[in-house]
Design a protein around this ligand. Structure first.
Ligand code: KIV
Ligand code: ZN
Length: 512
């Protein structure tokens, strides 16, 4: 047993499966680069066989990332595994993660396969994958609700076929910490060749215990890999939160006795980037990265912290990236200060020309807003990517008229495959009129299931960040847009959601 805990981040795969959290390939690349700076050991970049878009995203990430292993998910069949291997070809270090369900319920109702068929397929899949890459992870989906004897049989067989990591998912978030920890321990004791693989935990948060269950899997079960996501993003109630598990193991090193490679200084930046990219806002009281995580409101606490900070603080805010956050840029900030800030925020730009374009937009914003916060810079960079050539729809300009007692009118100019079009409409309010103006042209038929506005940095001088969630033909996507004018931010968010609907059109049903 080693004393190193491997951090396997699946924000770009399991996290992305959260309804509305789909990301473009450029967004995935930007987050992957920050995960690499965070020194995550393994980045699960996607599920290449699920769509051409996901294949391209995994390929892009695999070609760019040098210091983390890049992983692709595949079902336990030759086609999926070959697609994953193909997407990962350019990686400095690659892993194929293959899975098949092993619980009685999933085998009978979902797969309609007998246990013996599942056993054979698991073996063949791992054998096939091992002929393509040296690093193969196997997951028995819904493992925690599987029969112990059957699970031991499957795991022994896949390790014999060369699986190097065995991941035991609590796919539906049903586990209880002590029971899950003991489950992993029993598996490790009963599988004869268990010492030939690294054991991993993968917990969902349906009962709010994903982090606690993962920690029990490590402490009681002896697992040495944790699968997790930034902000706990993921299907339904999400996955184990990376920032929480990392800070628990670091802060209580006295108890866990484990080391990790993670550079926690980038945790806040990663949380912000994922939140702004997906439109999933972080709750203020979220551990480690929530706005109130280090705020002491009561007089007694404030007094205590001023006298000795460890009276009420068990972690230092600056250790997870909070101190950098205070620096504010403005109209007079130069290109170098801007570039430095991008680096600190974990944003990597491909070329000096890209930095120049972003800097020009920063200057434009600084003309309209006296203080530019980190959130503004991240929003600006996301917006820049959203306006990428190659996207179906792009924002150009907007004008609207509203007056008390009159029905607002809006005129929106936007591009459709690079060609400018103009839409006009009235509406209940300026936002409604603007989105209807876009729809008058696009006729997407999508239903809006969420519209939210958030002041990025807290005041009325702030940029408004708008999230629009659209649903169409069983697909759900979030679009995010930011601007000091919330009507413009809304139009940008709407167009970004339409782009995502378009790019999700060919995606296969996601896994747990
Ligand atoms: O939750 C789950 O079972 C999964 C597997 C695909 C690992 O995400
Ligand atoms: Zn999962």
């Amino acid at each position: 047993m080693t004393d190193k805990l491997i951090i396997f981040d699946t924000t770009l795969r399991d996290g992305e499966q959260s309804p509305g959290a789909s990301m473009t390939k450029d967004e995935k690349l930007r987050i992957a680069r920050l995960l690499e700076r965070l020194k995550v050991d393994v980045i699960e970049a996607g599920f290449p066989a699920s769509s051409n878009g996901d294949f391209e995203a995994v390929r892009l990430v695999a070609n760019a990332i040098k210091d983390s292993t890049v992983c692709g998910l595949s079902r336990a069949n030759d086609r999926d595994i070959s697609r994953a291997a193909e997407a990962l070809k350019g990686a400095a270090s690659s892993r194929i993660h293959t899975f098949i369900a092993t619980s009685p319920l999933h085998m009978e109702k979902k797969l309609r396969m007998s246990p013996d068929e599942v056993f054979e397929q698991a073996k063949l899949a791992v054998r096939f994958a091992r002929n393509l890459v040296g690093d193969v992870e196997f997951s028995p989906e819904d493992g925690y609700r599987s029969d112990m004897d059957f699970l031991c049989r499957v795991i022994e067989a896949v390790i014999a076929e060369g699986a190097t990591t065995i991941n035991v998912p609590d796919t539906v978030g049903y586990a209880i910490p002590e029971l899950y920890g003991t489950f992993i321990k029993t598996l490790r004791e009963r599988v004869p060749n268990s010492d030939k693989a690294i054991w991993s935990v993968h917990c969902h948060n349906d009962l709010g215990m994903a982090v606690a269950n993962s920690l029990a899997g490590v402490k009681i079960g002896g697992a040495r890999q944790v699968e997790c996501t930034i902000n706990g993003l993921g299907e339904r109630a999400g996955n184990c939160s990376l920032e929480e598990i990392v800070m628990a193991v670091k802060t209580r090193r006295d108890y866990f006795g484990l080391d990790m490679g993670i550079d926690a200084q980038h945790l806040l930046a990663a949380s912000r980037m994922v939140s702004q990219t997906t439109g999933f806002v972080v709750q203020p009281n979220k551990a480690v990265v929530g706005a109130n995580a280090f705020a002491h409101a009561s007089g007694i606490h404030q007094d205590g912290v001023l006298k000795a900070r460890d009276t009420y603080e068990i972690m230092r805010a600056e250790d997870v990236g909070w101190s950098h956050n205070k620096i504010v840029l403005g109209k007079l900030s130069g290109r170098n200060a801007f570039k430095q800030r991008l680096v600190e925020l974990g944003v990597t730009m491909e070329s000096e020309a890209d930095i120049n374009t972003a800097f020009a937009r920063f200057k434009e914003l600084a003309d309209r807003k006296s203080e530019i916060f980190d959130e503004d810079i991240l929003a600006l960079v996301s917006d820049e990517e959203g306006s990428n050539v190659g996207e179906q729809f792009g924002f150009v300009s907007l004008s609207q008229h509203s007056e008390t007692g009159e029905r607002p009118q809006a005129r929106v100019v936007f591009t459709v495959q690079g060609k400018e079009v103009t839409g006009e409409s009235d509406g209940n309010g300026p936002v409604d009129a603007s989105l209807k103006a876009i729809e008058s042209h696009v006729r997407s038929g999508a239903e809006m299931v969420l519209y939210s506005v958030n002041a990025i940095s807290g005041s009325t001088e702030s940029q408004g960040e708008v999230t629009v969630r659209l649903q169409n033909a069983g697909r759900v996507v979030n679009g995010v847009g930011a601007d000091p004018d919330i009507v413009v931010a809304s139009a940008k968010a709407y167009l970004s959601a339409l782009n995502k609907l378009q790019s999700q059109a060919d995606k296969v049903v996601a896994q747990g």
